[in-house]
Design a protein around this ligand. Structure first.
Ligand code: CP
Length: 343
């Protein structure tokens, strides 16, 4: 196991807060022209940059209806470096590149990577950037996408860094809410599940801050509550939020319920009681099978799911998680086009 694949042992909430603080200290302006930009954190985006991305995404949706392959990105190569398991993110990045006429090279397992021989991430990145024009990186360690970007001359897209962030997932989550509710303001969202290690809810929270009158409700077992750093950030921003450890009236009254699985792989590495704790937590919350009959809320989930949404829910019109997953392709097509060709 290399330095980059060591278990996460630091206090994530403090680390997260430091990351946010350092980002704002640098006062990086939000992305306007995407060409050549690294996509690392949700905080790089404001409403205008999201509008640019979503406008391009709508065009990609039209293109996808014809199920054709264009030559828009034919001169370019995408490298997907995935050092953690993935189905949706890796395949949708690769599909997106192929649909736009580009080529893909892939390292989809740390087991067959030179990282197994002890190579550090910086060296891997230096070599891969000679082979490709853009890199999508998934890595078990928080902050690794930023570290890769510090060394790379080509754009790095964060496809999930440990318990940190998963910005491209959050883009498609917000896009789904816009499609399903028809608005990006005046709604209540419940985030249910592993809010501590689940990186998608971290990125999503930062993006939702951009829109008016959104009430955030966090439902999680105490061990899995939203990191203090993010809660303190919400307080500083004056954003309304509430927390509890079980499904309550506010959950049922929400407009959106965003469910996440227990991140067993991270809990198991976090402390010596990890395996037992993960097993207990896995069965500690579940959306009731009759939830869609009682609540109007659209149900989202980044997937994969374990047992937190029973399959009986799937046929409900409000069960939007597979529609949500399908937006991963047009969102990532749009992002690749913008990063490689510009707006
Ligand atoms: N939502 C998500 O990141 O799924 P994968 O782990 O399958 O990529």
């Amino acid at each position: 196991m290399t330095q980059e694949t060591q278990p996460v042992t630091q206090d994530l909430s403090l680390e997260r807060e430091a990351q946010v603080a350092s980002f704002y200290k640098e006062n990086t302006p939000p992305i306007r022209n995407f060409k050549g930009r690294d996509i690392l954190l949700a905080e790089q985006f404001d409403r205008e940059s999201l509008e640019i991305l979503f406008h391009e995404t709508s065009k990609m949706e039209e293109l996808l209806k014809e199920r054709k392959i264009t030559d828009l990105l034919s001169p370019f190569i995408l490298a997907t470096l995935f050092y953690e398991p993935s189905t949706r993110t890796r395949l949708s990045f690769e599909t997106s590149m192929v649909r736009l006429g580009g080529k893909v090279i892939s390292e989809s397992s740390v087991q067959f990577s030179s990282q197994m021989k002890g190579e550090v991430l910086e060296d891997t990145i230096r070599v891969v950037e000679e082979c490709a024009d853009v890199i999508a990186l998934r890595h078990p360690k928080e902050g690794s996408a930023q570290k890769a970007a510090d060394f790379a001359f080509i754009p790095i897209i964060n496809a999930g860094d440990g318990g940190g962030q998963h910005p491209t997932q959050a883009f498609l989550d917000v896009y789904t809410i816009k499609k399903e509710l028809g608005r990006l303001e005046d709604f209540t969202i419940t985030m249910l599940g592993d809010l501590r290690f689940g990186r998608t809810v971290h990125s999503l929270t930062y993006l939702l801050l951009l829109f008016p009158n959104i009430s955030l409700h966090f439902v999680a077992p105490a061990y899995l509550k939203m990191p203090e750093g993010i809660l303190r950030f919400l307080e500083r921003k004056g954003v309304e939020f509430s927390q509890t450890n079980q499904l309550d009236e506010k959950t049922y009254d929400s407009d959106v319920v965003y469910v996440t699985r227990v991140q067993e792989e991270r809990i198991k590495e976090f402390d010596s009681f990890g395996p037992q704790r993960a097993e207990l937590l896995k069965n500690s919350y579940q959306l009731p099978a009759d939830f869609p009959k009682i609540s109007k809320a659209i149900i989202l989930h980044p997937l994969p799911r374990l047992n937190e949404i029973p399959p009986e829910v799937d046929q409900s019109p409000t069960a939007a998680f597979f529609r949500q997953s399908s937006y991963g392709i047009p969102i990532r097509m749009a992002l690749l086009k913008l990063v490689l060709l510009g707006n």
